[in-house]
Ligand binder design. Sequence first.
Ligand code: HEM
Length: 491
Amino acid sequence: LSHIPGPFYTKFTSLLLKYHELRATRTKYIHSLHLRYGPVVRVAPNEVSFASREAVKEIYCSGGSGYDKSAWYDLFKVYGRRTMFTTLNKDDHAKRKRILADRYANSNVMREPSLNGIVERAERVVQRCVESLGGSLDLYICLHSYAYDCVTHHLFHPYGADSLRNKQDEEIMREVTFDDSLQNRQLSYYSPTLHKAISKFLYIWGVKPRETPLADKFVLDTAAKTDAAPFTLLNRLQTVLSTQSTDNNKSNEDDNESSKLAKIDQLDIAAELLDHMVAGIDTTGDALCFLMWELSQPRSFRCQTKLRQELLSFPGEDLSFDKLPYLDAVVMEGLRCFPAIPMSLPRIIPRDGRTINGYYLPEGTTVSCQAHSVHRIDREAWGPDPDAFRPERWLEKEGKKDKENGGAVEARKKVFFAFANGGRGCVGKHLALAEMKILLREVYSRFTTLPDQTMTEKDMEMADQLISSRPAGLKCLLRFEPIGGQEEVVV
Ligand code: HEM
C-alpha cells in the first residue's frame, strides 16, 4: 500500500494505531490523519481509512451489503454464537436478516403498542427531571436506563425492563454501560497466546474481560418466553423456531420458505436478543447524552429555543413527527456531530482487489470509513463549518449547484453515516430515531436545560470503546428549569 497517502511509518508498522486503540483515541488519531492527508489515508501496512462518498458507496453498499466484515467482529460473538451483527459473509448475514428485519421496519416501530411503550418511558424520564429540580440530574445514567427500557420493550414486551424505577433492573443497565473491557478484548484479538498466558495478571492490573452475568441471565430467561407481544423481536424468533420444528417433521419435498432462512435454536435466539439489547443501550443513550449536552451549552441556546418554539406550536398527539422539521434537523445534526459509533467499521477487500477513490487495493486489505471523519472531511457536503453544531444545514434550500447534485439536503443524507449504510447498516435505526425524538419532545416542551457547573468539557470528551464512544467522565450532569415555573410541569 506504499502508493497510498499516509505517514511513512504506517508502511512498516501498525504499532501507533494499536497504541491509540489501547488509549481509546483511535477515532481522533485517524481523523487527524485525514485532516493531514485527505480522504484516503494508509493507517497501517494492511489498512486504509476513507472519508469520501465514493468509498462509503463502494465499501458498504456495492452488491447491496458491501464487502465482508473482518475477523475483528469475532470479538462480539455472544454465548459463543454468531449473530446477525457478527456474521462475516454476506450470504449468511442475508439469511439471518430475512428472519428479523420486519420487526425493525418503520411501520412496525410506529405502531401504537410499540410507540406507547416509548412514550411511557420518556414520561418516566420527565418525572426524574421534575425530581431533580433545584439540583442536577445525571443524564448519562438516566438516558442509558431510558434506552435500556425502550429497547427491551421492543424486544420482549411485556417482559421489558423498568430500570428508570427499579434498582435491580438499573444494575443490569450499569453492568452493560460501565463495561471496561476495551484493552482486554483488544489484547485477546491481537495476541490470543499472550492474552491467554497473562490473563490472570491482567485481572490484577484491572484490565478486565467483558463480564455481564446479570444481563446474560436476564436475556437467557426472557428469551425462553413464548407469549411476547406480536410487535416484538422475541415473538418473531419464537415463531420461526416453532415453524422450523414443524418443517423438520415434513418430507423434503415439502420444504418451504424456512429453508431460505438460517436455522436457529434457542441459544441463537438468546444470542441475537442479547446482541440487539446491547446494541440499543449505549448507542441511543450516548447519542442523546452528547446531543442534550450540546443543546445545553450557551452557544446552542438559540437551537434549544427554536426547538421549543416548534414543539409548543404542535403539542401532543401526532406521533408521526411530520410537522416537526426542526426536531428532525436537531436529531440529524446531533448524530452527525456525535455519532454513537464514530469509529472505523472494518471490511475486507474481496478477491482480485478493488479500486477506490482511484487507488488500487489488493485482496485482503482492511478498509473502512469512520462516521466522525465522513461527517466532516467532505466540504462539498458539509460546507466550511463541519465542526459547528448547526441543525439548519438539514433545512437549507438548494442552491444551483446543489440541484445538480440532487439537492443539498438529499446529497447530505447520502453522506450521512451515523447508522452506517447499505444492507449491513443499523437495523434499529427507526427505533433509535423514534426514541430520540420522543424523548426530546417530552423534555424540551417542558424544560430549559443547562450544564451543571461542576461539569467540564473534558468530562464530555469522546472516549472510544470497542465499537461505540462514550463521554470520558462517564457522567453528564444537567440542570432542568421548567419553562412556565415549577407548578407548570405536567407529566
Ligand atoms: C442512535 C442510535 C444508534 C446508532 C448511532 C447505531 C449505529 C449503528 C451502526 C453504525 C451499525 C453498523 C455497525 C457495523 O457495521 O459494524 C449498526 C448496526 C446494528 N445496530 Fe445500530 N445504532 C443505533 C441504535 C440501535 C438500536 C436501538 C438497535 C436495536 C436493536 C440497534 C441494533 C443494531 C444491530 C442489530 C446492528 C447490526 C446490523 C447488521 O449487521 O445487519 N442499533 N448500528
